[in-house]
Write a protein that binds this ligand. Structure first.
Ligand SMILES: Cc1cc2nc3c(=O)[nH]c(=O)nc-3n(C[C@H](O)[C@H](O)[C@H](O)COP(=O)(O)OP(=O)(O)OC[C@H]3O[C@@H](n4cnc5c(N)ncnc54)[C@H](O)[C@@H]3O)c2cc1C
Length: 415
């Protein structure tokens, strides 16, 4: 606690807070800091939650160095304020203690497909405005990637259970284990009286390497592995992960915690092109992950992968090209392989209904306020932007909430 107070006291409460500008949801950082110092915990918690219903989660897993921390004016003195620690303290207190009052119902029903950050944010905002809200998800619990992707050691799932309690306060209904698309469609939902429908289904289709061996029994996709790592009990003593993004780091660090296997990451480029956050990469290395750069995987076998060295060529005009050295391909022994080279959107919804356009990458086309090409259907989060971050999904969805509210009020001449 004293560290939290120290951070709040150290904060300069700048007139033009760069930390707030660097936060995708413009968190009122100096105000919250002052509230804490003035002993106004409940008000601070309410302010944070009303601005960002996932504040307790963002305080733990936002890329702080890119957002509040990275923008703090005290970076000049190498001592930026760790606002997220203060946010975490206040938000957990609030989530545990607050009992939210359900708003009077306005008679309109919104259907939300996907209980990830986007869907949860929208549900809470609209329920507070008086809408009846039903969230439908193919999984058995709320959270999306927060529950079925990000490992427990980075994000305790108990936070999601507390959030569910607050959603119950607001009367939000949750229908689990229901995949929208093959059986129930968006058209069925409209027929049943939903006034607007939101798609926040994320990106769950793993990208393939398209090389021989991807169907073997010892080969897994990271996004599938992370859904339930405990069911992978035969990884053997040496796991190779192909790819170097945050998902690869989460898979690697999970394996190191749950098994005694050695973990190598194979990446076809150099350290400077690793897409994982610097902090995630460093922590993975601290945990014992061995990074192997400039190796391109060309085949997977039962007891190893065949890789070829990649040469980076820096040209005189400053351009860079890469050459694969197939003549010197060699076998990299391992017992299991995990592929972590990104994800795309699934097509369950769009292929079973009309009028919802997607782009070349299969992502849903939506305006910056979330309107899709079908009237009454909105979308945001990863299914629109591609794989991004939780706070970006929250920021995008906040705009959608206003848009849906306006759309429904216009429809019923209530504006
Ligand atoms: C392993 C991993 C680690 C990450 N780490 C971080 C991090 O540290 N910090 C950070 O900010 N971001 C992180 N991210 C990114 C972040 O989790 C996503 O940007 C965010 O979850 C996107 O939210 P969303 O609501 O759009 O989708 P999702 O979280 O993907 O939720 C979509 C939900 O829709 C459901 N669904 C899908 N299709 C259907 C259907 N047809 N019918 C019914 N339900 C359906 C899914 O079951 C899921 O519950 C990470 C991502 C991964 C994969």
């Amino acid at each position: 606690m004293s560290e939290i107070l120290t951070e709040a006291q150290r904060c300069l409460k700048c007139k033009r807070p760069l930390c707030k500008e660097g936060c995708p949801v413009s968190t009122e950082i100096p105000t919250v800091m002052q509230m804490l110092l003035d002993g106004k915990m409940d008000e601070a918690g309410e302010l944070l939650f009303n601005n960002n219903p996932l504040t307790a989660i963002c305080s733990l897993i936002c890329p702080h160095e890119k957002n509040c921390l990275g923008h703090c004016v005290l970076n000049h003195k190498n001592s930026p304020i760790k606002f997220y620690e203060v946010e975490n303290y206040i938000s957990n207190f609030y989530l545990e203690k607050a009992r939210l009052k359900a708003s009077e119902k306005n008679g309109h029903l919104v259907g939300i497909i996907g209980a990830g950050p986007a869907g949860l944010t929208l549900a809470i905002i609209l329920a507070k405005k008086g809408y009846s809200v039903t969230i439908i998800d193919s999984k058995d619990k709320i959270g999306g990637v927060l529950r079925y992707g990000i490992p427990e050691f980075r994000l305790p799932k108990s936070i999601l259970d507390k959030l569910l309690d607050r959603m119950n306060d607001l009367g939000i209904s949750f229908r689990p284990n229901t995949l929208i698309g093959p059986t129930i469609t968006i058209d069925d939902m409209f027929e049943d009286g939903y006034d607007a429908i939101f798609i926040g289904t994320g990106v769950w289709k793993p990208n393939r390497l398209r090389i021989p061996g991807e169907t073997l029994g010892n080969v897994h996709f990271a996004i599938d592995f992370l859904k339930n790592p405990d069911s992978y009990n035969n990884l053997g003593d040496h796991v190779v992960i192909i790819g170097a993004g945050n998902v690869a780091m989460d898979a690697a660090r999970t394996i190191l915690r749950k098994t005694t296997a050695k973990v190598d990451i194979i990446f076809f480029r150099g350290r400077e092109e690793v897409t994982a956050l610097e902090e995630e990469l460093m922590l993975a290395e601290v945990d014992g992950v061995k990074m192997n750069y400039y190796l391109n995987t060309i085949r997977i076998e039962e007891n190893g992968i065949i890789v070829e060295p990649v040469k980076k060529i820096e040209h005189e005009d400053g351009t860079i090209t890469y050459e694969n050295d197939s003549a010197n391909a060699f076998k990299f022994d391992c017992s299991s392989v995990i592929i972590a080279i990104g994800q795309g959107a699934q097509t369950n919804i769009v292929k079973n209904t009309k009028q919802i356009d997607t782009n070349k990458r299969g992502l849903i086309e939506a305006s910056d306020k979330g309107a899709t090409t079908r009237p009454g259907v909105y979308a945001a989060g990863d299914v629109v932007s591609g794989a991004r971050t939780v706070v970006e999904a929250v920021a995008a969805t906040k705009k959608v909430a206003e848009e849906i509210d306006e759309y429904i009020k216009k429809k019923y001449n209530e504006l």
